[in-house]
Design a protein around this ligand. Structure first.
Ligand code: HEM
Length: 204
């Protein structure tokens, strides 16, 4: 019989494996020249897409916990967050290394010229401390401050959606869909927060 602890470990390993599938597929497509005429742009876009998807998937776990009243979804939050950070880092790396050929003056120029790139940068700057402090040890060390810091993930998700919405020129349905999903996830959280507050008031 497989123990609950081993089951969680197995599911975590499976999640990491599945989460890295888009990366391997993109790498394969790149090495076999299947990314189309504008390979760097396609690679860059796909990595940005996956970063945003994993960010939103990670955020979906708390509402799932609230609705199902089960604690298990939260065990997988860190992995999804780190997968989002992994894809976001590659997205930035492809942009700086392949698009701008490591030219930091070009990067500063792009950031100052385009508000959507500034939003992308802001998103990434927000994700860095979240990734660094995502360990159990850091959670213990920072105690309540950890919760405050990690609520910044909602700001990061919002700036990531706006980054996407701003850069799209024609069909804005996809970024609007992501923004709508984020709105729903936030609404479930705020609703639970308000309910807890009213229960707290009734008790006092
Ligand atoms: C320094 C940070 C970042 C920079 C400089 C940056 C830059 C860019 C650029 C230049 C584009 C393509 C725009 C175009 O050619 O029209 C883009 C697209 C995109 N980025 Fe970023 N980005 C950054 C961070 C992020 C982060 C952290 C996320 C998500 C968490 C993200 C998600 C996306 C998405 C979803 C797209 C659109 C992909 C598509 O059209 O399919 N970006 N980004």
């Amino acid at each position: 019989m497989i123990s609950a602890r081993n089951k969680t470990r197995l599911l975590k390993a499976l999640l990491i494996f599945l989460g890295l599938v888009p990366f391997w597929l993109l790498l394969y497509a790149m090495l076999t020249d299947q990314l189309g005429a504008n390979a760097i742009q396609t690679l860059h876009f796909r990595l940005g897409d996956w970063a945003l998807r994993f960010l939103l998937l990670g955020l979906a776990l708390t509402p799932i916990k609230i609705i199902t009243q089960q604690a298990w979804p939260l065990r997988y939050r860190r992995i999804l967050g780190l997968l989002a950070f992994f894809y976001a880092s590659l997205h930035v790396l492809v942009y700086v290394a392949l698009d701008l050929s490591w030219s930091w003056t070009a990067f500063i120029d792009e950031v100052s010229k385009s508000p959507y790139i500034l939003l992308g940068l802001l998103t990434y700057v927000l994700l860095v401390p979240l990734a660094i402090t995502s360990t159990k040890a850091m959670q213990k060390r920072l105690a309540r401050r950890w919760l405050v810091l990690h609520s910044l993930v909602y700001v990061a998700a919002l700036t990531a959606c706006l980054h996407y919405l701003w850069l799209v020129k024609l069909d804005i349905s996809q970024p609007l869909l992501y923004l709508g999903l984020l709105g729903i996830l936030l609404a479930v959280r705020v609703d639970r927060f308000n309910r807890n507050r009213s229960v707290g008031r009734l008790k006092h």
